[in-house]
Design a protein around this ligand. Structure first.
Ligand code: NAP
Length: 290
């Protein structure tokens, strides 16, 4: 803990609920490592209180916050400015308070890409990507992949209209990304996997032990890279099936880590101590699963 005094800078997380978050452990470990007189707290903010909470950032002199479920999209109208990514995605996971102006960023997609680069040494440029899911996480990942210059992006979701909407938005704003809609029927999904270099599960399917396997192991070809945004459990059924086939896999911990590292950089303009932040996350996970 820092020596809290009149100069301590306050950062935090707005969500509802927030009790299971790992973010305070990750950011406070980073502040301690760099000997910053700063503190990161989680705030349980009811949706009907979000506007008041955002206004209070200025009133109380809070330097920045992250946003999690259910606030990422709802917060947009309350901000003064959005980064390019946040504008495209239509959602914000980081607010920087800059001389009374509230600037919204979205580091989720960049977090995923950095995890891919640093964790698996994979550059998504020119690759064919298949994203399962068209919700918040999928949108952030798909737009960032599109900005990165991937060859094509396939999107499926059981909510077909949501997948259609995301595909249209991607093609409208970043035509070079060649986004394509895929029906969520198993045979369509498995046919598409055959054409993909990287498969990303951006649905919550896999969080529970009883969840089904999203696609059969035999549909995974030998060069496929399989990613899951889920980090708890660390190896979902999907990742276990891919590992069983000897494929490269990545869970969602890297995405969580690097989205946090980028928020940290946006707030402090200092290089985040990524290894310290990773260790803090792993400790939290071990604690929760003990
Ligand atoms: P979300 O907005 O609810 O989106 C999930 C989407 O997947 C929904 O459209 C859902 O449709 C769809 N879906 C559910 N089952 C499906 C299936 N079998 N096949 C195809 N589509 C299916 O959720 P989210 O906020 O994007 O979060 C998704 C997951 O990402 C969660 O597990 C979350 O914890 C994780 N996440 C991780 C990170 C990280 O840093 N690693 C960051 C953000 C989120 P319905 O709504 O109709 O069910």
């Amino acid at each position: 803990m820092p020596q809290i005094d009149g100069n301590t800078k306050v950062y935090g997380l707005f969500g509802y609920p927030v009790s299971h978050t790992f973010s305070p452990a990750m950011h406070n470990a980073a502040f301690q490592k760099l000997k910053f007189n700063s503190l990161y707290l989680s705030f349980s903010v009811r949706p009907d209180q979000l506007r008041a909470a955002v206004t209070a950032l200025r009133t109380l002199g809070i330097c920045g916050v992250n946003l999690t479920i259910p606030h990422k999209e709802m917060v947009v109208p309350y901000l003064d400015e959005l980064s390019r990514e946040a504008k495209l995605i239509g959602a914000v996971n980081t607010i920087v308070v800059n001389e009374d102006r509230l600037i919204g960023h979205n580091t989720d997609g960049r977090g995923f890409l950095l995890a891919l680069k640093r964790g698996l040494h994979i550059d998504a440029k020119k690759k064919s990507i298949f994203v399962i899911g068209a919700g918040g996480a999928a949108k952030a990942i798909a737009f960032q992949l599109a900005l990165e210059g991937v060859r094509e992006i396939f999107i499926t979701d059981i909510a077909q209209d949501r997948a259609h909407k995301l595909v249209s938005a991607l093609n409208k704003h970043i035509p070079a990304c060649h986004a394509k809609f895929v029906m969520s029927q198993p045979d369509e999904v498995e046919r598409t996997v055959a054409d993909a270099d990287i498969l990303v599960n951006a649905t919550p399917i896999g969080m529970k032990d009883t969840d089904p396997l999203l696609l059969s192991a035999r549909s995974m070809h030998s060069k496929l890279v399989v990613c899951d945004v889920i980090y708890n459990p660390t190896a979902t059924k999907l990742l276990r099936a891919a590992k069983g086939r000897g494929l490269k896999t990545m869970n969602g911990l890297g995405m969580l880590l690097y989205q946090g590292a980028m928020s940290f950089y946006l707030w402090t303009k200092k290089e985040p101590p990524v290894d310290v932040m990773r260790q803090a996350l792993l400790r939290q996970m071990r604690g929760q699963n003990a």
